[in-house]
Design a protein around this ligand. Sequence first.
Ligand code: DX5
Ligand code: ZN
Length: 226
Amino acid sequence: MPTINKSTTKIAPSLLAADFTRLGEEVDRVIAAGADMLHFDIMDGEFVPNFGISPLSIAALRDRTEIPFDVHIMVTHPFRYIDALADVGSDMITFHIESDDEPYAVISAIKAHNIKAGIAFSPKTKCDEVLPFLADIDLVLPMSVEPGFGGQSFIPDTLNKIEQLHQFINKLENSPDISVDGGVTPEIGPIAAQKGATILVAGTAIFRSEHPKDAIDQLRSIDTSI
Ligand code: DX5
Ligand code: ZN
């Protein structure tokens, strides 16, 4: 039997998999289960072929809890979204390196609101594209599925990317979080954490579980047999 200990990895349930007929209760349920932050997916129907959560929902939930809000924007023009998302109470905003806006301009716009800035990148994008920005951001997010939809399977090559990012970050003065998003299951989460991920985003694995506390505890576990 492997020994199971608790890691310091932060767990971010992704609201995309929640029951939207009772969003407030869903949030209460995952906070009671031990979530460290909440992950919101904003989409524009252009950068990805889907629509996500509205800033209106974020504003409504902001009145309910003080837990950090981790906002992931899958949009072609991130710059246009920053002020509105900061105003509704985002604690961190993560945009895609593949978007059309100049990365440093977006990073500055986010930081001007005194909130954290992150960069996400899609499975086909190499780590090299984001390395130049790591010294200036708070979070890097290698997507482990094609962005746009929950419920997909984890792409194993993401583990190599996490390892590469972790090695690069070790040489920096700042230590941006490494977040991983898409298909993260209670089995894969601890492996990703062992490779260097510090935030695990999980939608289906948490919200579609009858026992979200067990799912979160397993995601946070350290399997010493690995
Ligand atoms: C996908 C989103 C994810 C998604 C994860 O584009 O960015 O946050 O909700 O959902 P699961 O964990 O179901 O893959
Ligand atoms: Zn996401």
